[in-house]
Design a protein around this ligand. Structure first.
Ligand code: PRX
Length: 633
């Protein structure tokens, strides 16, 4: 059995070589660090054409036994989750591994008592409470497939996701608290479910004690159901095949509605545990704080599964970085003596704008490792984080990965890999990146840029998009033959270090959230009076990218009420995170003769770079460009 953890750069290099030369042997060694009800017959079989990727075929396991049961003897009384509420005056709550195990088993029984069984899809729409992690793990315990929907999404988004996966149960809360706002959840679910016939049970956790409607026969209270168990907490873990689905998580692409990215039990467990232990160099006793929401992949992989499989102590925070003030993160670090902090560039930039005097008021000396994820981190933010938070002694792991990759792919191993501001540095052992040009031809050597692809499978790779395998093939495996295409542009510098430069497709990254242009345009086009629209991203100081909408609405030029109606429509169809920052009314859009919108031109105008718009002669109506340019916001 090879150990999970790499401790020196030399070991990193050896592990990397091993992972390329003998991938199956390498991954079998890593997988040996987990508990299996039955070991695999075959480590890997794959092709990227169909695609068809299987890891640890024939193995049997339950991920919750790895995250909970196996720690009970040695780490049973160790905190697994430290919950920090939105309001600093409310008491924080700690669940030891024993307590978490018990609560997961109990809620798993509640699910069973309400008809849930292996293979069912269960939608979870909850605030950042320990119960969100408990609900996720309880699904995994009984072999139900969870589909977590971020608490900021609208009723329409929930309905689309519930219908796509045909969920039969929804788990939610009455309401939640995020910053100064009350978050209504149950009313949003009620609205969503008017469109969903597959759901027959809604389990509601009482958090905000706001009054909500409970539909008889369908809606039940979490707490009442637990009481009914009379303290029974025996729930053996369902035996799962390594390739059984563990969860679905919806994410935006460049076309159509969000896709349900599917991850499976065995490979995802191995990959998240391995990457967590290595990148953050977690040592027993460390307190780890990941500021993401469990509604996104970062929360799935690095609040729930990765850290818990490694017996870590995780801080789970209900609120936002700026409430009640911009010192909230630092207050949490000081209070819980956080050793490892994993956050997003957008949070760093927003806290940076409040001044370095704020973090200076707190004792941050416990911090040993910092992490960043979700979007490119600009050098200014990198240095601010390094100087004012890590005090130049906590290495920054800039981690590049995606919902589809399941876990971190390119990142420094803290304290092992030399860092460089703005660079995700080097691929982890097991990850084989390749840069290609537009035609899929490999760009070799250093000091080059291209489209980032991965040429060999890793255990955390998505297996399909739920209910539509062809869409998975089209989106990730059809652009370049025999390669997984990430959608990102990338630079490999003279040292062979990787810097992700951003999406090369029509996907925006707004405050670290992936937003598909087509989705936002569809939402805008539903507004009365709107004929057509095109959205592009533009550089935004805090959000990384802002959303710039060009809208044709002939009767409503510059009209505030149309703007408000557009914002309301986007909020209703997707959620507030996708609201455009700028709306420019135009009389036409730059289109090619075949009717394709030339986004390149719109992007330049939105960026304020109109000096060189390139060749516009192939446009159907070149004059429209001048009009748009002159009216730019
Ligand atoms: O463009 C890349 C960007 O976020 C995209 C993935 O988004 P999502 O699936 O929502 O997952 C976010 C959390 C893993 C990528 O295609 N991205 C993510 N991390 C980085 C990044 N861009 C630059 N640097 C990163 N460290």
């Amino acid at each position: 059995m090879s150990s999970l953890k790499i401790g020196t750069f030399e070991e990193y290099q050896q592990a990397y070589e091993h992972s390329v030369n003998q991938p199956e042997d390498f991954w079998a060694g890593i997988a040996d660090n987990f508990i299996w009800k039955k070991k695999w017959d075959n480590v890997l079989s794959w092709n990227f054409k169909d695609p068809d990727v299987k890891w640890f075929e024939g193995a049997k396991l339950n991920i919750t036994e790895n995250c909970l049961d196996r720690h009970l003897e040695t780490l049973g009384d160790k905190p697994a989750i430290i919950w920090e509420p939105n309001d600093p005056n409310e008491k924080s709550r700690t669940l030891t591994y024993k307590e978490l195990h018990r609560e997961v088993c109990q809620f798993a029984l509640v699910l069973k008592n309400n008809g849930a069984k292996k293979g069912d899809r269960i939608c979870i729409y909850m605030p950042m409470l320990p119960e969100l992690a408990i609900a996720v793990l309880a699904c995994a315990r009984i072999g139900a497939i969870h589909s977590v929907v971020f608490g900021g999404f609208s009723a329409q988004s929930i309905a689309d996701r519930v219908n796509d996966a045909q969920c039969n149960i929804v788990i939610t809360a009455d309401g939640g608290f995020r910053g100064p706002k009350d978050l209504p959840l149950k009313p949003v679910i009620d609205e969503a479910l008017t469109q969903c016939s597959s759901v027959d049970k809604v389990i509601v956790f009482k958090r905000s004690s706001t009054s909500v409607n409970m539909t008889k026969g369908r809606d039940i209270w979490w707490q009442d159901e637990i009481e009914k168990l009379n303290n029974n907490a025996e729930c053996p873990a369902e035996e799962m095949d390594a390739e059984d689905m563990l969860f679905i998580l919806y994410t935006s692409g460049s076309t159509g509605k969000p896709k349900g990215v599917v991850h499976t039990c065995g490979g995802y467990m191995v990959y998240t545990g391995y990457t967590f232990a290595n990148v953050f160099q977690y040592n027993q006793g460390d307190v780890y704080f990941c500021t993401a929401d469990i509604g996104w992949i970062t929360g799935h992989s690095y609040i729930v599964y990765g850290p818990l499989s490694q017996g870590a102590t995780v801080v789970l925070f209900e609120g936002v970085p700026t409430y009640p003030n911009a010192g909230r993160f630092w207050d949490i670090v000081q209070k819980h003596k956080v050793n490892i902090l994993y956050t997003a560039p957008t949070a760093i930039r927003s806290l940076m704008s409040s001044g370095k005097e704020i973090p200076a008021k707190y004792d941050l000396s416990s911090l040993k490792v910092l992490g960043s994820v979700g979007e490119p981190i600009n050098e200014e933010a990198w240095h601010w984080f390094d100087d004012n938070i890590g005090h130049n002694k906590a290495p920054i792991a800039d981690t590049w990965w995606q919902t589809e990759t399941g876990g971190i792919m390119i990142a420094p191993i803290a304290g092992v890999t030399k860092t460089k501001p703005g660079f995700a540095t080097l691929p982890l052992p097991g990850v084989q990146p390749i840069l290609v040009d537009e035609n899929g031809k490999e760009i070799t050597g250093n000091g080059v840029s291209g489209n980032l692809c991965i040429k060999f499978p890793w255990p955390g790779i998505l297996r399909t998009t739920y209910g539509d395998h062809e869409r998975c093939r089209q989106a990730y495996f059809a652009t370049y033959k025999d390669l997984y295409f990430t959608g990102d542009g990338c630079l490999r510098d003279d040292d062979g270090y990787y810097r992700i430069t951003g999406r090369v497709d029509d996907v925006l990254n707004v405050s670290g959230h992936r937003i598909g242009t087509a989705e936002v345009e569809n939402a805008i086009n539903l507004t009365q009076g709107v004929v057509e629209s095109a959205i592009v991203g533009y550089p935004h100081d805090i959000k990384g990218q802002g959303i710039y909408a060009f809208v044709i609405a002939p009767d409503a030029k510059g009209d505030d009420s149309t703007c408000n109606a557009i914002l309301a429509s986007v909020t209703k169809v997707i959620g507030p995170i996708a609201k455009p920052d700028k709306i420019q009314f135009v009389s036409g859009l730059p289109k090619t003769r075949s009717g394709k919108i030339m986004r390149r031109i719109l992007r330049k105008i939105a960026e304020g770079d109109t000096s060189n718009l390139g060749d516009t002669s192939t446009l159907l109506d070149p004059a429209v460009v001048d009009e748009i340019k002159n009216g730019a916001l």
